[in-house]
Design a protein around this ligand. Structure first.
Ligand SMILES: [Zn+2]
Length: 148
């Protein structure tokens, strides 16, 4: 029994690593379903529940980062030790940002308080151009219907 348990554990570990590798290639935050679809679309055999468990495991381990998408669902991305992202609150479009100024500030703040092994992850949220345009188009349509 312990033998099959160990086999199952190794199998799950391999699948977890595959989930992390796929997440690393993603250019933006992905839902569990989107990540699962990417993996199965590439011919990998992995259960949706395994992707869920792997993402929860890596988020707790600090290797993945979760944000809430527009419908309240979690979306994930590989966490960088030093990473900066501009994230749209509506569609979760993600753009990497230059953190040099923040990193210099963080290093001096940490040194003042004798902290070492400092990691910096910065999320700046806003509304992307596409979402802002679709919102203003809806507002204009409302104004038009009010004035007619
Ligand atoms: Zn957007």
């Amino acid at each position: 029994m312990t033998g099959s348990g160990a086999r199952r554990s190794r199998y799950e570990t391999r699948q977890r690593r595959a989930v992390l590798a796929e997440l690393e290639q993603a250019a933006q935050f992905l839902s569990v379903q989107a990540l699962h679809a990417r993996m199965t679309g590439a011919g990998q055999k992995v259960a949706l529940s395994t992707v869920y468990r792997a993402l929860r495991y890596y988020t707790e381990a600090g290797q993945a980062t979760a944000v809430l998408g527009p419908n309240g669902e979690r979306r994930y991305r590989r966490a960088d030790a030093q990473g900066g992202y501009l994230v749209c609150r509506r569609c979760t479009e993600t753009v990497p940002i230059d953190l040099r100024v923040v990193l210099a500030w963080a290093a001096s703040v940490a040194a003042e308080r004798a902290f070492s092994r400092v990691a910096v992850v910065v999320f700046v949220t806003g509304v992307c151009r596409r979402c802002a345009l679709s919102t203003s188009a809806r507002s204009l349509a409302r104004v038009d219907s009010d004035t007619v």
